[in-house]
Design a binder for this molecule. Structure first.
Ligand code: F6P
Length: 325
């Protein structure tokens, strides 16, 4: 392998820049070329490339977002789009890829490899933590800290006004952000897709909170939660109808959860995964995703990684139950 192309794809996540930096510097260390591909698969199809050397990635380890930009690309879902992308890579002399992104991006690389036989290694970059084969995805830890910081602030105003807040957090169709940030921020209830609590339990719990004299209540709701059949705005109305003692507000945290400087954890994880990805390619491996398990950086076949979501932490659900006494 003489030239590795690196790109970020799908939703950005904090730590992507640190991962690009690690890939670029490992290439420099191994004395092979590295080509940055802008805007994920979209830029690959357009041939939007930039040569990168060790100095191109100065001062980015601490930056949120991705300096290579990112995109979700419908054209790459077609064989014609993938052919164009392959032709562009061929004329740029790229003979292997490192893809940094979520399960959609990794699935894309898997199909691309099956059709065009271009070696690749994936790095799981998403705040959702929904990829099997790694305990943590890149950006999850930063997003948790962002959410906890936001909820701490919401708590200040909630408790000043004796209010109940429904706080909606991201996570697509899984509840890892909600559960972990909910426990970290001391939420009274946490609604996640993986655990059906039902509306009755929510009402009972809110009644108990009032009876015990709590000055504020925070209910963290995963955006993908369908267990109550209601979104945060409908939940507000429902509680106002059934428990009029509560003054209810809603806060949807939205895309702020994807921004910000990566935590030290995410920077270190990104650096380790970036090194592993390039080393794996140079060892002749392809179709694997770097991940972390028991503090070891491991490789899992992407075909397995994209098959299943990580399981929700049942113990954490129990801890949350006990904490809301
Ligand atoms: O996958 C990351 C994520 O932020 C999800 O948590 C969320 O559901 C989705 O992306 C939002 O996507 P978009 O930025 O395209 O609105």
């Amino acid at each position: 392998i003489k030239k590795i192309g690196v790109f970020t794809s799908g939703g950005d996540s904090p730590g992507m820049n640190a991962a690009i930096r690690a890939v670029v510097r490992t290439c420099a260390y191994m004395e092979i070329d590295c080509l940055g591909i802008y805007r994920g698969y979209e830029g690959m199809i357009d041939g939007d490339f930039i040569p990168l050397n060790a100095r191109s990635v100065n001062n980015i380890i601490n930056k949120g977002g991705t300096f290579l930009k990112s995109a979700r690309c419908p054209e790459f879902r077609t064989p014609e789009g993938r052919q164009k992308a392959f032709d562009q890579l061929q004329s740029a002399g790229v003979d292997a890829l490192v893809v940094i992104g979520g399960d959609g991006s990794l699935s894309g690389a898997e199909i691309f490899h099956a059709e065009h036989n271009i070696p690749y290694i994936g790095i799981p970059g998403t705040i959702d933590n929904d990829i099997f084969g790694t305990r943590y995805t890149l950006g999850f830890d930063t997003a948790l800290n962002t959410v906890v910081e936001a909820i701490d602030k919401i708590r200040d105003t909630a408790s000043s006004h004796h209010r109940l807040f429904f706080v909606e957090v991201m996570g697509r169709d899984v509840g890892h952000i909600a559960l972990n940030a909910g426990v970290g921020a001391g939420a009274e209830e946490i609604l996640i897709p993986e655990e059906d609590l039902g509306l009755d339990r929510l009402l009972d719990s809110l009644k108990r909170s009032k009876a015990r004299g709590k000055s504020s209540s925070i209910v963290v709701v995963a955006e993908g939660d369908r267990t109550t059949g209601k979104n945060v705005y409908e939940l507000k109305e429902y509680v106002e109808q059934h428990l009029p003692v509560y003054d209810v507000r809603v806060c949807v945290l939205g895309h702020m959860q994807r921004g910000g400087a990566p935590t030290c954890f995410d920077r270190v994880l990104a650096s380790r995964m970036g090194v592993k990805a390039v080393e794996a390619l140079l060892e002749g491996k392809t179709g694997f995703m770097a991940g972390i398990r028991d503090n070891d950086i491991i490789l899992t076949p992407v075909s397995e990684a994209i098959k299943g979501h990580t399981k929700i932490d049942k113990e954490l659900i129990r801890v949350s139950d006990i904490m809301t006494i």
